[in-house]
Design a protein around this ligand. Structure first.
Ligand code: ADP
Ligand code: MG
Length: 701
């Protein structure tokens, strides 16, 4: 049945969001104006305004069937958290009325003690509070009014990903506006960073998902023999979207549109059963909320369609994993995208300044950027020739690179003509050639009027990478503004500054193939960090350079950096530990019994045949029985090895040492166990095997 919907998209779009349109309609003029000012200029909310807004919000929510409200926040777990409270308040006559006060809107008090705080909890009070973030709209999910909030401890330590994100946006705003003033743009009051987050995911049959304890407990398959067919035919990428998947995508789009999320593009990805969704970009704060909702609804909607949506970075070996592309730019409240090169980028000094600021920021703080995408899941992708390597570099394209070179050397671009590609059709704008010539292997690519940061794992919150991205770009802009504001002659100072920045930071620019072995060597010669694994990357987290950076811009205190470092280490170790325990469980309780049963069947057949007389050939059964016994012997020993090695994690002296131990000792032992299990899988009869295999899962829908 084709999923044709006659619902008007314009009608459903944003229908579950308490957005500016709804506010204008429902709030008294002066209240609306006051709230708008708060949102535009990041001012604190006045109490009387909050009271009126809360009431209007409640009425609106009740009309749409909501019964509860929640302060929706983003703790350090990387997912969202919510605790629902009903609107009801008892009255004297034994009934209830529906109430929601300004106080309840502005502030909530969840018990913070069960959220990761990286040691902050030990020193400070366990309670925390959540405060409404009026720059992100409230919305309705199911029967609950969700109020996007920030989450702090009572003594003010930040416990979430939202607070530092908002701070980093403010810092970038401050310094970008300073720069624009120098270019004579006094009308610009605010610069906002914008993000479009492309999201990859797998869709599989729910019945098969339920049969796989590894998928249920860890999000990825810990076992699975190589299927006869993988992604080598490349037929799936942008291929025809099959009926069930199409119905799922249509349903998902509708849900997202209701939440005001402009889901725009959907297509199949490289791996079988892999897909992608891209929304239209919006400001970073909203984009971060939206991406959390996208991930949540991808899973909810899958459930309704008897499917399971896998958001793990590497659900299956042998085919590509899933990532997330973080498209980043900056734009002014006057509507100008600061990364738009225009017709003549070589002479567009303002564009060049913002471009150089990004290049310099990434070069100076490439370790920190790498850290923001470090996770146990993403370790399977980065550097495995399916995603960018762990070495951060920037793709600018030959033309922009030539433009920067001409500024560096002071020589005009000889091939200036080639900088612009005439499309030969007068209505098409002039394009910078490389703008559309995407180098898919680059971790950080300039794509026409934005940078695309491609190292993110599919599962992660985009808050972390963007906190760092905003802060490092702001840091460089701040330095630039300090120099330029003092200059006697702006133009001369600007030229000198650009030249210096290009000379000092050009090592980060690489337009070639990031998957190649030569690049690894070349990057080492250039002195670019290559932090291959999560523990290696995290070890740099609390470096002096990073601590200084975040303290300088009031994003994190040194204590908060330390606590985040510890949270990430702990998360890594716990993830691997759970994976190892799940493997052992499946190996002992599912795979072993299957192998025993099958071996018995083979041996019974062998005996039965033998009992018929010596003339019957039993070589097949005896060879098979021998192979099974040998292999299961190795298999059992690798179970014992993994158990022993896993126990050793308890004896590590620090959180860093523990994470390194998991990486260097436990993971290889897991791989060894998997190897034997997968060999057994290809030997044992299908009907004996305890869970669906790769070809069943990947090629079924
Ligand atoms: P693709 O060919 O990869 O789909 P698009 O140009 O359509 O490239 O953009 C991919 C993503 O980048 C989309 O989510 C889009 O909304 C986003 N994007 C486009 N312009 C900007 C911008 N100025 N800032 C942030 N994201 C942007
Ligand atoms: Mg992309």
């Amino acid at each position: 049945m084709p999923d044709v919907t006659h619902e008007n998209i314009a009608d459903i779009f944003g229908s579950k969001v308490f957005n500016s349109g709804v506010m204008r309609k429902r709030l008294p003029k002066h209240i609306y104006a006051s709230l708008l000012k708060t949102m535009k200029e990041d001012l604190p909310l006045e109490e009387n305004v909050a009271e009126v807004v809360a009431n209007a919000m409640k009425d609106w929510a009740l009309e749409l069937g909501a019964t509860h409200f929640t302060h929706w926040f983003q703790p350090m777990t990387g997912v969202t958290a919510e605790k629902h409270d009903a609107f009801i308040n008892p009255t004297e006559d034994g009934k209830v009325i529906m109430e929601f006060s300004g106080k309840e809107l502005v502030k909530g008090e969840p018990d913070a003690s069960s959220f990761p705080s990286g040691g902050l909890r030990a020193t400070f009070e366990a309670r925390g509070y959540t405060a409404w973030d009026p720059t992100s709209y409230a919305f309705i999910k199911g029967s609950t009014l969700c109020i996007p909030t920030v989450f702090c401890s009572y003594s003010g330590e930040i416990l979430d990903k939202k607070t530092p994100l908002l701070r980093s946006m403010e810092v970038l705003d401050t310094h970008a506006v300073r720069i624009l003033k120098l270019f004579g743009k006094d009308d610009v009051k605010k610069v906002t960073t914008t993000i479009g987050a492309e999201q990859e995911y797998f869709l599989i049959e729910r019945d098969m998902f339920k049969e796989r304890k590894d998928l249920i407990l860890t999000g990825r398959t810990l076992f699975g023999a190589k299927p006869p067919k993988g992604q080598e035919m490349e037929t799936h990428y942008f291929g025809r979207i099959r009926g069930r998947v199409a119905a799922y995508m249509a349903d998902l789009d509708k849900e997202l549109w209701r939440l005001g999320i402009a889901s725009k593009t959907r297509h199949n990805e490289v791996a079988p059963s892999q897909h992608e969704m891209a929304p239209i970009f919006t400001n970073t704060n909203v984009a971060t909320d939206n991406n959390q909702l996208v991930m949540e609804f991808m899973q909810r909607v899958a459930y309704r369609h008897d499917l399971a949506c896998l958001l793990h970075e590497k659900p299956f070996d042998f085919v590509n994993g899933s990532g997330k592309h973080n498209n980043f730019s900056m734009s002014t409240d006057t509507g100008e995208n600061l990364l738009t090169p225009g017709d003549d980028p070589v002479n567009n000094k303002q564009f060049l300044l913002f471009l150089c600021a990004c290049v310099e920021a990434v070069n100076k703080y490439s370790e920190m950027l790498r850290i923001t995408v470090a996770s146990a899941g993403n370790d399977h992708r980065l550097g495995a020739n399916e995603a960018p390597p762990a070495i951060v570099s920037i793709f600018l394209g030959e033309q922009l690179t030539a433009a920067l070179k001409s500024i560096e050397t002071g020589k005009p671009v000889t091939e200036a003509k080639d900088l612009v590609l005439e499309m030969g059709v007068s209505t098409l704008p002039k394009l910078i050639m490389d703008a559309t010539d995407r180098n898919r292997t680059s971790p950080f690519a300039f794509t026409g009027n934005k940078f695309e940061f491609r190292m993110l794992g599919s599962n992660q919150s985009i808050a972390g990478p963007n906190i760092t991205l905003n802060t490092i770009v702001a840091d460089v802009l701040c330095d630039y503004a300090d120099v330029l504001e003092k200059a006697d002659d702006f133009d001369t100072a600007l030229d000198a500054l650009l030249q210096k920045s290009i000379t000092e930071n050009k090592r980060i620019v690489f337009n070639g193939n990031n998957y190649s072995e030569e690049w690894v060597e070349e990057a080492a010669r250039r002195g670019l960090p290559n932090l291959k694994t999560t523990p290696e990357a995290l070890a740099e987290y609390a470096s002096e350079k990073n601590v200084k950076l975040f303290a300088r811009h009031n994003i994190y205190t040194p204590t908060e950096v330390q606590s985040r470092y510890e949270i990430h280490l702990d998360e890594y170790s716990k993830t691997i530990n759970i994976e190892a325990l799940t493997m052992l469980n499946i190996a002992k309780r599912e795979i072993s019994p299957a192998v025993v049963t099958y071996t018995k069947e083979v041996c019974d057949t062998l005996l039965a045949k033998k009992s018929c007389g010596d003339f019957i050939d039993v070589s097949a059964e005896s060879t098979l029985a021998e192979r099974l016994s040998q292999l299961s012997g190795k298999f059992i020993r690798s179970i014992d090895d993994l158990e022993k090695i896993l126990a050793g994690a308890q004896d590590t002296p620090s959180a860093q040492a523990e994470a390194t131990y998991y990486c260097d000792q436990v993971i290889p032992a897991m791989e060894e166990l998997r190897k034997f299990a997968d060999e057994l899988e290809s030997l044992v009869g299908k009907k004996y095997w305890p869970y669906p295999n790769y070809e069943d899962i990947l090629f079924y829908i």
